[in-house]
Write a protein that binds this ligand. Structure first.
Ligand SMILES: Nc1ncnc2c1ncn2[C@@H]1O[C@H](COP(=O)(O)OP(=O)(O)OP(=O)(O)O)[C@@H](O)[C@H]1O
Ligand SMILES: [Mg+2]
Length: 255
């Protein structure tokens, strides 16, 4: 018997009203995600990536269609579906460990142990008493990942989580996320502007355009993935082409 996908997006539409005019951002989007999958979503700014992620997370309501998570329609946020944003969103008046404990349900037994364990997972052991202002951008984002993991999500929704980091830190955190994905078997959906990142992390790359999904690329790469391999370059070039056309042709600039 085929296993049901963990997430099913069916005919999902979203219209925002702005100054009396309707702006249809998502138009009957369909997508299924299998348990344990890693799906990357890329697309031009404003095409609705964050809106889609927020509806999956239950932070935003749909105008039509539905999102089914583990067999039930999503209508509100749940600890099963964790979120990581571009900014860490740590509470500045709480230490790192208290930020994590604050995100847990009240009176969670072993809250301290859970928080320390997840800080260890993201390489922040020893920094638990620091305040967010005492952390670098990369460390803050690690803390945000630990906070999301503390709630044992089955699905992790990542909205440009590394977009504000320098290139080196970004690569380190991509490796961390892959390691966590492998170890914890959490289904992940990552929105990114970075084609390299989308291909390196995603087992499928969803390309969004105006109103919805333009194409879905399955990324077949030997494991572990190698960022500088020829096969990686080939997979990437297919996606670059989807955006920019034939890269063999010279670009022409009009100034
Ligand atoms: N709360 C809102 N009210 C009105 N319009 C909104 C709202 N949220 C998003 N939009 C509009 O919906 C469209 C899609 O926004 P969204 O943030 O999902 O895009 P995005 O693909 O994530 O863009 P980016 O890559 O820049 O983050 C935009 O035109 C935006 O202005
Ligand atoms: Mg966005």
């Amino acid at each position: 018997m085929a296993v049901e996908p963990i997430l099913q997006i069916r005919n999902l539409s979203k219209t925002f009203e702005l100054k009396g005019a309707d702006n249809r951002v998502l138009d009957r989007v369909n997508l299924s995600v299998d348990e344990g999958e890693f799906v990357s979503i890329i697309g031009a700014s404003g095409c609705g990536k964050s809106t889609l992620l927020r509806i999956i997370g239950g932070l935003e309501t749909a105008s039509g269609g539905e999102v089914i998570f583990e067999g039930s329609a999503v209508s509100k946020p749940s600890r099963d579906r964790g979120f990581i944003f571009q900014d860490h969103r740590l509470l500045p008046w709480l230490s790192v460990i208290d930020n994590i404990k604050f995100s847990l349900p009240p009176n969670t037994p072993n809250a301290n142990e859970i928080a320390l364990e997840k800080l260890a997972v993201v390489g922040l052991s020893g920094f638990e008493r620091r305040y967010p202002r005492e952390l670098s951008g990369g460390m803050s984002q690690r803390a945000a990942i630990a906070r999301a993991l503390a709630n044992s999500p089955k699905l992790l929704l990542l909205d440009e989580p590394f977009g504000a980091l320098d290139a080196i830190t970004k690569i380190r955190l991509q490796e961390e996320i892959l390691r966590i994905w492998n170890a914890e078997k959490i289904t992940m959906i990552l929105v990114t502007h970075d084609i390299d990142e989308a291909v390196y992390l995603g087992r499928r790359v969803v390309v969004m355009g105006k109103g919805g999904i333009d194409a879905i690329h399955r990324i077949e790469l030997s494991s572990p993935r190698n960022r500088v391999s020829a096969e990686f370059a080939r997979q990437k070039s297919a996606i670059y082409k989807a955006f920019f056309g034939d890269l063999e042709a010279p670009f022409t600039y009009t100034i």
